[in-house]
Design a protein around this ligand. Sequence first.
Ligand SMILES: Cc1cc2nc3c(=O)[nH]c(=O)nc-3n(C[C@H](O)[C@H](O)[C@H](O)COP(=O)(O)O)c2cc1C
Length: 187
Amino acid sequence: MILDYKNIDDLNRYKIMSGTVIPRPIAWIVTEDEGVLNAAPFSYFIPISSNPALLIVSIGKKDDGSPKDSLANILKTKKATICFVNKDNVDKVQKCAMPLGKDESEIEKFEIDVKNVMEGFPPMIASSQSAMFCEYYDTYKISGDITPVVLELKYQYIEDDRINERNHVNVENLGRCGVSFKALVDL
Ligand SMILES: Cc1cc2nc3c(=O)[nH]c(=O)nc-3n(C[C@H](O)[C@H](O)[C@H](O)COP(=O)(O)O)c2cc1C
């Protein structure tokens, strides 16, 4: 079967693409504005370069046409802390996808524990095994309602026993397959 994207509407494009490009990493991004901590998951997310250490995340708009809070905060403060999802916090990340007002904090509303490990950056989700402390790098203009944002990774937290002396990393992050979170298994 050949699928012709010019005949497929946005929802069905999303369903087919997100069911095919699997597993998708999830950036659970913590940002801050005027003391309000914001946290939201994003799956249009991937590393794009090691030097400079860059990641890209595409963030859309709210139903009222205003930028999602994460995007507004990144553009304003130039900082973002990317956290990762595991089986201990997957219930919380789903809640963070609910649209809240700009002055409402997902961290407070859903009672998510955070910890400050890097001065000058938003705190990380305490239950994440690793977190990336990033600065704004660039945005790209594309057609449609979504903004690809490039972030530069400046510092990374990782639990001590999840990285060895050869820098081999062992984190148990969940990925997204279609509409489900899935764990990765060794073959
Ligand atoms: C698994 C998952 C992946 C998501 N990926 C994206 C994404 O890549 N881009 C996006 O704009 N929204 C994405 N969303 C929706 C946002 O998380 C949602 O709009 C959220 O309310 C944005 O919050 P904010 O306004 O606080 O930034 C995703 C939701 C879920 C559950």
